[in-house]
Write a protein that binds this ligand. Structure first.
Ligand code: KMH
Ligand code: ZN
Length: 273
């Protein structure tokens, strides 16, 4: 098995400080959290822009600050969100891609998202895919349901995205595929040979799906975007969640990847700038 890539989704767009006081919001807070996550064993952070009052933003200036602050402290991979928050326009969401981050997400289908609708229609997905490839940004497909895998493969058929792809199965969003091990097996078996995958279990699905992914040869995403609790009634910090996955991996005999090892596993191109 390849070494295990641990990604930490530091903040997301929906969680608030009122729900979890450890939530990083500002670029400096995100960078300090990224540094702690790297120390704990994380290879990548998935970040969302926020204004100082916590409001989600996809502003290029905010993301530029986040990337600069993180890179000043650590070699961890910075993956920017193109999902942003429910209700944002496509152009708004795409702004961070213009900064040419190493990796960005591409949500591969529309899904009910709690009480809202997270829109990702075919035209948007094609536009996101073309823009990310043109900018030299490695894509992570966010699949909130099994059909989203096939939407991503349609982009491959159209010649927009290259194979192999890296998929992140986001499981347990109310409106998406439930976060069970049976469903994880279905997701993992639905991607083409040679592709890689990670799983982001939402809420209480985070821990069992992380354990399953370690055993199955997939990779793991944890973090406050997806789950604010360490255990029932006990709030988590990002680094606590990462450290637990590192301990699990050790017990299960799976080595953990450094950021550079993750760059190789995820087939990042060599970059001159
Ligand atoms: N905030 C969600 C509506 C992503 O980052 O690419 C979408 C999301 C996906 O978080
Ligand atoms: Zn996100």
């Amino acid at each position: 098995m390849e070494k295990l890539i641990i990604t930490c989704a530091l903040n997301g767009a929906e969680v608030t400080r009122e729900q979890n006081p450890y939530l990083p919001v500002t670029p400096v807070e995100l960078a300090e959290a990224a540094h702690r996550v790297r120390e704990a064993g994380g290879a990548m952070v998935h970040v969302h822009g926020r204004l100082p009052d916590g409001t989600p933003t996809q502003s290029g200036a905010v993301y530029a600050e986040i990337i600069k602050e993180i890179q000043a402290r650590t070699d961890i991979i910075v993956q920017t969100s193109t999902g942003g928050a429910v209700g944002m326009s496509a152009e708004e969401r795409l702004q961070p891609v213009m900064l040419r981050p190493e990796m960005a997400t591409l949500s591969a289908g529309t899904v009910n998202f709690g009480r809202g609708v997270f829109m990702n229609d075919p035209e948007m997905m094609e536009h996101f895919g073309r823009t990310m490839v043109a900018q030299g940004v490695t894509v992570e497909i966010e699949a909130f349901d099994v059909g989203h895998i096939y939407n991503a493969l349609a982009l491959v058929k159209q010649g927009i995205l290259p194979l192999p792809l890296h998929f992140d199965f986001v499981m347990g969003v109310p409106g998406g595929i439930p976060g069970t091990v049976k469903n994880l097996l279905l997701m993992a078996e639905s991607i083409p040979e040679g592709c890689t995958w990670s799983v982001a279990g939402v809420g209480r699905a985070q821990l069992p799906l992380a354990a399953a992914a370690i055993i199955m040869g997939g990779h793991v995403r944890v973090g406050l975007e997806d789950n604010i609790y360490y255990t029932k009634g006990v709030l988590a910090s990002n680094e606590m969640l990462v450290a637990r996955v590192v301990r699990l991996a050790k017990e299960l005999g799976r080595e953990v990847a450094t950021p550079d090892e993750a760059r190789r596993i995820l087939r990042f191109p060599e970059r001159s700038i």
